[in-house]
Design a protein around this ligand. Structure first.
Ligand code: SER
Length: 351
């Protein structure tokens, strides 16, 4: 007779093991509870900082380590028989501009290392490892304010001329992931395909639970969170600045849905995903309606403004909608009325 403990051990042995890097960041705070709720996988994490105790309960093992620590990464991926990696570790656009060398080391160097490791491990196991990579609208570089307005919803292949080191490193990693997936050792081997690279290009993400650090789309979450705390806010971009956004539940949904999509349905490796486009002034108007005491003013920082001015007003995510049935759950109204405002109110306990 097999007892329940043995069944549990056997089931958990065959369960998928997911590694999340940069797990203690904003997206990790959304992704870990969502994966945990599905109860279909074991989660292990790596981050430069200690994992939040609330998340700690949901994971099997968390390691504090730099993403460039090859030895730990390799051992971790081998010991836990990782099948899927969500590689979230990165420095966002404003933070990256303050220290480009560090950003190159983490965003590009860290991704190079983990791709190489999973390629080696997957080949030796003769099993595919999925690599889910969050990219960004920062890979785009529209040449002028006029083109930003005129271009409409930008497709994946257009305007790939990023001006930030964040955009440059993300675009490089997209291409490196595709190389490992499709053309590794093009001349000497036909054994590519052990890395299954899948990537979503995110717009600005707004979470009700956490505030991002070091991004250039941060004015949106900062505005809303400041108002909910009864604080004034000085926006570092002009009120007419328009870029696409989505709320965290949709960002998490996109990552999980792409990870679960049947491979034969994917006609691309890199997909735009989008929900709504809005100006800073429109966000401020919505915030003022809910928190009438909030005072939002504008003091554009020319350098940060220059960055968002090269990002598209909207992206075309029709490929994701066709190939893996991507559809955001939250449009603009629903994002504010059913997610951001109630969750943020309860976070800061405001009536
Ligand atoms: N949110 C990112 C940033 O502002 C853009 O993808 O850097």
């Amino acid at each position: 007779m097999i007892d329940f403990r043995t069944i549990y051990i056997l089931v958990s042995y065959y369960m998928e093991t997911i590694l999340i890097t940069g797990a203690n960041g904003e997206v990790g705070h959304g992704l870990i509870p969502a994966l945990f709720k599905q109860a279909k996988c074991k989660i292990i994490t790596l981050d430069i900082n200690e994992l939040d105790p609330d998340l700690q309960k949901m994971v099997q093992k968390s390691v504090v380590a730099d993403i460039n620590n090859e030895e730990i990464l390799k051992k971790f991926i081998e010991d836990y028989q990782v099948n899927t990696v969500f590689h979230l570790a990165a420095i966002l656009s404003t933070g990256a501009e303050k220290n480009p060398e560090k950003a190159i080391a983490i965003n590009a160097g860290g991704t190079e290392k983990i791709l190489e490791i999973i390629n080696i491990v997957a080949r030796s196991r003769k099993m595919v490892i999925k690599f889910i990579f969050p990219s960004t609208i920062a890979v785009y570089g529209l040449p002028s304010a006029e083109s930003k307005v005129k271009s409409g919803a930008v497709k994946e292949e257009q305007f790939l001329n990023p001006i930030t080191v964040y955009g440059v490193t993300k675009l490089y990693c997209e291409n490196l992931g595709i190389y490992y997936s499709d053309n590794y050792q093009l001349l000497t081997s036909s054994q590519h395909g052990f890395v299954d690279f899948r990537c979503v290009r995110f717009p600005g993400i707004i979470s009700a639970l956490t505030i991002p650090t070091g991004g250039t789309s941060d004015y949106a979450p900062e505005m809303i969170h400041s108002a909910a705390q009864g604080q004034g806010y000085e926006s570092f971009v002009r009120p007419n600045t328009k870029i696409p956004f989505m709320v965290m539940p949709d960002a998490v949904k996109a990552l999980i849905q792409l990870a679960n999509a049947p491979k034969d349905k994917l006609n691309k490796h890199v997909y735009n995903v989008s929900s709504f486009s809005i100006t800073a002034g429109e966000i401020s108007d919505l915030v003022n309606q809910v928190f009438p005491d909030s005072s939002i003013s504008y003091n554009p920082d020319p350098k940060r403004q220059k960055i968002v001015d090269t990002w598209p007003e909207a992206v075309d995510d029709s490929a994701a909608r066709t190939d893996w049935k991507w559809q955001p759950d939250y449009d603009l109204q629903k994002s504010f009325n059913e997610y951001l405002i109630p969750e943020i109110r309860s976070k800061y306990n405001k009536k």
